[in-house]
Design a protein around this ligand. Structure first.
Ligand SMILES: [Mn+2]
Length: 272
């Protein structure tokens, strides 16, 4: 199976600065590929080395922005049709909207996010933004499970219109094993599982490099337990968004994300 690593540095309508995050990850990713190629000793990277394809969208001109959603959707349609493993790195979370538009409706999407991106409150714009983009996605939405939210305002009934299951960060803290058991069961019933990581799901103590940090978040290692619960066979892709490198501390968050990307590649390709 081929992995299609697509970097999509889009950051209009929320979290300006995350464009630089996607671009930085694109550079680090290419550096990783170059390092692997240069290495003469056999390493674990051999498991995926010949199966990675790197692509990067450019947002340099007005024209690049005009058709951002349409061109991303067209590319993603091909990737999903070819059954490739997708790594989608966007600037803000809105940059993953094309994934939600195009992903198979029977795919379970596990979304790690501090927020439900369905905000309709009085001080929120009704225009497309990184805080409401799920309201604008192609309907019906795929089956959506949130893990790690810290929502204190939106009514549960409203949230249930969009999310099949939600596990708040406090709930994960208290009921960790039963959350994992539930995720394992949900994943086993789904033909494919896609992991959508908004970096603000993490506690700011571990991951300060986001525009709107929310306290009381998840520890990064919980993602590894979710991966374990999903299993390598069903996992069909990973998206990463909202990394704002100007707020990083000694590249700690960059390292976290790059380590996770390499881990996921090994997780996927080293099985059997
Ligand atoms: Mn989000």
């Amino acid at each position: 199976m081929i992995t299609r690593a697509i970097f999509f540095p889009f950051d209009l309508f929320g979290s300006p600065g995350t464009k630089a995050g996607a671009e930085l990850l694109a550079d680090a990713f290419q550096e990783m590929l170059a390092d692997n190629k240069r290495e003469r000793m056999p390493t674990r990277a051999k498991a995926y080395a010949n199966r990675l394809r790197f692509e990067e969208f450019a947002f340099d001109t007005m024209a690049d922005y005009r058709d951002w959603r349409k061109s991303a959707r067209a590319r993603l349609r091909q990737v999903f049709r070819a059954n490739e493993f997708l790594l989608w790195v966007s600037g803000n979370h809105l940059g993953t909207l094309p994934v939600f538009d195009e992903i198979d409706r029977d795919t379970l999407v596990i979304q790690l996010d501090a927020h439900f991106d369905i905000y309709n409150l009085s001080d929120c714009t009704s225009e497309l933004s990184h805080g409401n983009f799920l309201l604008h996605a192609e309907k019906p939405l795929p089956r959506l499970t949130n893990v790690g939210h810290r929502e204190l305002l939106l009514n549960r009934n409203y949230v249930a219109n969009y999310y099949h299951t939600t596990f708040s960060a406090p709930y994960v803290l208290g009921q960790c094993e039963s959350v994992l058991k539930d995720i394992r069961a949900q994943a086993s019933l789904a033909p494919r599982v896609f992991l959508d990581l908004d970096c603000d799901v993490f506690d700011p103590a571990y991951f300060p490099a986001v525009a709107q940090p929310r306290p009381f978040g998840l520890a990064p290692e919980f993602v590894l337990r979710i991966l374990d619960a999903v299993g390598p066979d069903r996992l069909c892709g990973l998206s990463i968004s909202e990394f704002d490198p100007a707020r990083d501390v000694n590249d700690r968050c960059l390292e976290t994300l790059m380590w996770l990307i390499e881990y996921v590649l090994l997780f996927k390709y080293e099985q059997s």
